[in-house]
Design a protein around this ligand. Structure first.
Ligand code: G3H
Ligand code: 13P
Ligand code: ZN
Length: 308
């Protein structure tokens, strides 16, 4: 059934695991995620970015997700990823999403508070969950680019949550969006001390981790072997994410790894079967690759298998 993330996060917090929030753009991605969830018996969050909404059209993407929800007995939340303003949040709330992110992280602090608070008022009227963000992730996010991480200040996080009333908070502890998170040969780390401090100051409060793809080397290699040029891509090691999931982090966002898996498999298919031109023949293995990647996340990173 379609659910609010409230119950999911409560269980995840006390159970020491996280729920996966997977970005969806088309039917095959949604189907791949759903079959992974079914096989693992895991709760799911399907999330739609502004880019996904534009690509598919809000009506199409909602109908696809509704079809997925109607077919399953798993708890599924429908979430807006990186809502950039009040208007987009209001639109998807009216369309039936059960959760929205208002991302005011690039705004001055007081403006972030103001817009987040406004979205909370509108969302809570309809029983919709609100994720806010404080701190800035390095890398590209919907055309906004930050060179460096601005780590979330724990005391400010408490004030932000109190003043806005947001239900969960995305924080910056060293992850970033996309495939190029850390330099090759460097030792990727996350600021666990900061996470621990935030967890202590906000007991029981669900924290969200964006930019949490691991960029598995075998998929980079596969894509590159078959003509790709994905350079020195390095993600967040799986064991660091697993540790975060055992702490206050209840939602982990994954997009890049799904993109990588689909692209690598499609490239391989084209290289091995150049005579093929039926889209089903390469979208089917791509859908299977999404499923396997999501299952891998559930087992190695989230710890949510068997929790639904
Ligand atoms: O945080 C960004 C997500 O990976 C969504 O990416 O804006 O290209 O759809 P997108
Ligand atoms: P990745 O780019 O690491 O997959 O992060 C996705 C994300 O945070 C979506 O909001
Ligand atoms: Zn994100």
């Amino acid at each position: 059934p379609l659910v609010s993330p409230a119950e999911m996060f409560k269980k995840a917090y006390s159970g020491g695991y996280a729920v996966g929030a997977f970005n969806v753009n088309n039917m095959e991605i949604i189907q791949g995620i759903m079959s992974a969830g079914e096989e693992e018996r895991a709760p799911l969050i399907l999330q739609v970015s502004a880019g996904a909404r534009k690509y598919a059209g809000q009506d199409y993407i909602i109908k696809l997700m509704e079809a997925a929800v109607a077919r399953t007995d798993l708890p599924v939340a429908l979430h807006l990823d990186h809502g950039q303003d009040y208007t987009i949040c209001k639109e998807v709330i009216e369309a039936g999403f059960t959760s929205v992110m208002i991302d005011g992280s690039h705004l001055p602090y007081e403006e972030n508070i103001k817009v987040t608070k406004a979205v909370v008022e509108c969302a809570h009227d309809k029983g919709v969950w609100v994720e806010g963000e404080l701190g800035v992730l390095a890398g590209v996010e919907d055309e906004v680019r930050a060179e460096k991480t601005i780590y979330t200040d724990p005391d400010q996080a408490v004030e932000f949550v109190q003043r806005t009333g947001c239900d969960s908070l995305a924080i910056a502890i060293g992850t970033s969006h996309g495939a190029y998170k850390f330099k090759q040969g460097s030792n990727p780390t996350l600021d666990f001390e900061r996470l621990e401090k935030i967890g202590k100051l906000l007991p029981g409060y669900p924290i969200v981790l964006h930019g949490a793809s691991s960029v598995p080397q075998e998929f980079v290699d596969m894509a590159n072997k078959y003509g790709g040029k994905i350079g020195s891509a390095v993600g967040v090691p799986e064991e660091l994410l697993r540790k975060a999931a055992s702490m206050a982090v209840c939602k982990i966002n994954i997009d890049t790894d799904i993109r990588l898996a689909m692209t690598a498999i499609i490239r391989k298919h084209f290289a091995e079967k150049p005579e093929d031109f039926d889209p089903r023949s390469y979208l089917k293995p791509a859908r299977e690759a999404v499923k396997q990647m999501v299952q891998r996340k559930m087992r190695n990173v989230l710890g949510c298998s068997g929790k639904a």
